[in-house]
Design a protein around this ligand. Structure first.
Ligand SMILES: CC(C)(COP(=O)(O)OP(=O)(O)OC[C@H]1O[C@@H](n2cnc3c(N)ncnc32)[C@H](O)[C@@H]1OP(=O)(O)O)[C@@H](O)C(=O)NCCC(=O)NCCS
Length: 181
């Protein structure tokens, strides 16, 4: 991983060591349902939250970083508002957490849901955060009672999902798509 962000410099003199901050601070920044990620050996904290509001500009920068085409912010804002679940993956900072990953879901929240826009910033990829992001998404959907979850994987990422137990749609026989002309 280039410029390994987990290899951060030693804390400034007098600064609280990582992990020493009170749970109340995390709850106030990320909401009661947040989950701290496991990053063995890392000096930083990365936190999953479905409650901390997503800043559209930060989300756009994340999407730029993974090479996705830009979408009009007005439409993205509406899409987020209408989503069932919005999950941010945050590099913890007591003053200004940084968005380093994201996923959202649409659906009825009772029977089914669909996962969209799964992304981890390239500097934070390859250390298990994508898997933890998906675990958190599924756990959040299970809490709602959702029993059936679908997603549409980009061709180069199918293995990422199948490794996590996702079943592949058999031989393109059951999936149908419609795109606006
Ligand atoms: C796909 C993505 C979310 C994975 O995030 P990540 O944090 O790098 O994933 P993890 O480190 O948790 O990887 C978990 C496992 O999946 C594997 N994996 C990760 N990305 C993969 C890929 N593109 N293809 C195949 N396997 C992959 C890892 O090797 C790892 O395997 P291991 O447990 O055997 O070591 C991230 O690469 C990303 O944001 N990519 C760009 C955007 C994108 O394509 N999103 C998906 C749209 S459908």
């Amino acid at each position: 991983m280039p410029d390994d962000p987990t290899a951060s410099p030693p804390p400034a003199p007098g600064a609280a060591p990582p992990g020493a901050e009170p749970d109340a601070l995390f709850a106030s920044l990320y909401g009661a349902g947040h989950r701290r990620c496991a990053l063995p050996g890392a000096r930083l904290e990365v936190v999953l939250s479905q409650e901390r509001p997503i800043d559209l500009i930060e989300l756009e920068a994340l999407c730029d970083a993974v090479g996705w085409n830009r979408r009009p912010l007005r439409r993205v804002r509406k899409a987020l508002e209408h989503s069932l679940l919005r999950v941010g993956l945050w590099r913890h900072d007591g003053r200004l957490p940084k968005l380093v990953g994201f996923a959202r879901c649409t659906g009825d929240g009772i029977v089914e849901a669909t996962v969209w826009d799964v992304a981890v910033h390239p500097l934070y990829q390859g250390v298990g955060l994508g898997r933890q992001l998906m675990d958190y998404v599924i756990a959040s959907l299970r809490e709602m009672g959702v029993e059936e979850v679908t997603l549409y994987a980009d061709p180069g990422v199918v293995e990422f999902y199948s490794q996590q137990g996702w079943e592949l749609e058999p031989a393109q026989r059951r999936c149908a798509f419609w795109y606006a002309p």
